[in-house]
Ligand binder design. Structure first.
Ligand code: AMP
Length: 214
């Protein structure tokens, strides 16, 4: 089973991705996560991506598609691929179609998480990640047991992402509306779009996801 996790920044794609990956043994490909690794490791690719990421803009299709191709090669032993944060515009979707058809792979579902902009902005403002294991929290919706500390790691400290500030959030939502949202129609026409109410708790949303996949 191959799926695309779709939705605006902050809607909860990462949270659902962690659950889906475990429950269905999928290769999780988050282009945002892969890009952050490149930036952290100060690779050539990371240096080229960093500026766009910090401004909330899209990184060039060439860089992102390269990452997707490299990761897809590692899908053996898994039940399929889960794309998270990719594609982000129509050209990326067309490139993906070409890549998949060459490998005889098809997308089964585009899970489209939907939410109000007000809730999304609050979710984005409250996001924190553990500096050790990467586990995600939200100080408003999913706080850790002890403020600022990871529940899972002994000495994990929670911090916001470099691109988590209000100006960047609004820019990212604008980029989403103009470049990414048109993909809904693209996938609806292919009969693959599965809208899901993303405003419930992570467990409630996951129940909806399972109803579609099972
Ligand atoms: P994310 O973790 O998915 O929110 O992505 C963080 C940032 O990485 C985005 O704001 C973009 O700058 C960049 N990025 C992630 N995925 C893509 C993509 N498919 N195309 C272009 N840029 C991307």
């Amino acid at each position: 089973m191959n799926i695309i996790l779709f939705g605006p920044p902050g809607v909860g794609k990462g949270t659902q991705a962690a659950r889906l990956k475990e429950a269905y043994n999928l290769l999780h490909l988050s282009t945002g996560e892969a890009l952050r690794e490149e930036v952290k490791n100060q690779t050539e690719l990371g240096k080229r991506a960093k500026e766009a990421m910090n401004k909330g803009e899209l990184v060039s299709d060439e860089i992102v598609v390269g990452i997707v191709i490299n990761t897809m090669e590692k899908a053996s032993g898994k039940n399929g691929v889960m794309l998270d944060g990719f594609p982000r515009n129509i050209p990326q979707a067309q490139t993906l179609d070409a890549l998949l058809s060459k490998r005889n792979i098809t997308i089964d579902h585009v899970l489209s998480l939907e939410s109000d902009q007000e809730i999304i902005l609050k979710r984005l403002a409250g996001r924190r990640f553990c500096n050790k294991c990467g586990k995600d929290y939200n100080i408003y919706f999913n706080p850790p047991k002890v403020e600022g500390e990871c529940d899972a790691c002994e000495d994990g400290i929670l911090a916001a992402r470099a691109d988590d500030n209000e100006k960047v959030h609004l820019d990212r939502l604008n980029v989403y509306a103009s470049q990414t949202e048109p993909l809904k129609e693209y996938y609806a026409k292919k009969g693959l779009l599965r809208p899901i109410d993303g405003m419930g708790s992570p467990d409630e949303v996951f129940e909806e996801v399972k109803k579609i996949l099972n």
